[in-house]
Design a protein around this ligand. Sequence first.
Ligand code: DUC
Ligand code: ZN
Length: 476
Amino acid sequence: MSEHPFDLVIRGGRVVLPDATKQIDIGIRDGLIVALDEDLGEAHREVQAEGRLVLPGGVDTHCHMDQQPWEGKSTADDFNTGTLSALCGGTTTVVSFAMQMRGQSLRAIVEDYHERAGPKARIDYGFHLIVGDPSAEALREEIPGLIAEGCTSIKIYLTYDGLKLDDYEVLNVLDLARAQGAMVMVHAENDACIRWLTEKFIAARKTQLRYHEKAHSEIGDREATFRAISLSELIETPILVSHVAAGGAVEEIRRAKARGLPIYAETCPQYLFLSADDIDTHDLSGAKCVCTPPPRDKSNQPAIWTGILDGTLEVFTSDHSPWHYADKIAGGPNTPFHRIPNGIPGIETRLPLLFSAGVNGGRMSLQKFADLTAGAPARLFGLHPRKGRIALGADADLAIWDAARSVTITNSALHHNTDYTPYEGQTIKGWPIMTISRGDIVWDDGKVLAEPGRGQFIARERPFPPQQALSKVLAS
Ligand code: DUC
Ligand code: ZN
């Protein structure tokens, strides 16, 4: 029995609770929040948070760490540097991807991923199952068991060689997810449009970077989003549309929601704070912003903001998928757009970028910010009630913010294992100065206090009740 009631008390901060912001103390014992009140008693350790904001630690449910294999290589961050960068940016839980490609055993991939993450992760983590080969064996023998072990979400791709599923396969995956109560995330780009446009541009020697955005057309995003929604409606199971980049896709999702369908959606910093102009450079430096879907024409940004603010897009993640610049342009000075590995770093800048433009920019409340970046991803991916909010009984995963700090983003101050940030030089206001994971101070304004291996695998709950009854069309 401890001599003090608390291991740690955070004193006097403005604490962002799900429905209000209150100046109170937070009492922590055994890694959990056990008291939320004024003037709490003594603790082994105290943090003075007067004048600071205390937010839930970020939950980033879309990040690629030690991705095996991806574009022929693994991503630049493993679970050590990836979770380091996350915690230095105020994030306390990450969900990364165990990726099955055609012909591979998903169980073997998940086991390998546990070995990669366990000794290295500094904060808590989970795995989504990327299903790239929904064979009868994977659907029957592997996936139900992996869901039961806490990997309760599936990611599917409608494009990318080695990963893309046809609509028949998508239906099979959705049917399984329905029976299991799992979430299905969909990478919704139209594969044929991308391949056809890419071939035409390359044949016409239009190889410059700006054709990357044109080959990944907004029309293709809209069509694939609508198709994913339609397949989800047929099976009667929820989906989450990943990394929504363009206004057309936002419209499709809004229409689906208006019809009462359980369609959820996510967007990322690159669709608010980068645009197609950042790819269209006179040299190859635009490769630093090449990802899929690509940052779009600036005219899409207001639609993404509106989608966030009206609840069409409820989750804000990083899609952190870092490469060294040299790997991006390994094809030399004339690397054509379709040979540039897709993906950008962003796990550490995700929260500050949105905080600055969203909260300090007067667009959204602190509650909205906390829900987009922690609450909603926790609920939709089976981490609630343990993660994603400041509440009694929840894990003491917190980020203390200096809401007024002005920061000019520069790569040398970040902690990921890549040599650039696409946001270099952007000046923003507000930065997380302390991160607390299960009651441990893991980041203290410049000091990293978390060792690799302290993070725990979180076996996530099923986000939805498993459905045994036949769907309407099958029962008809
Ligand atoms: N697009 C993805 O869908 N994932 C990782 C990188 C990218 O650009
Ligand atoms: Zn991704």
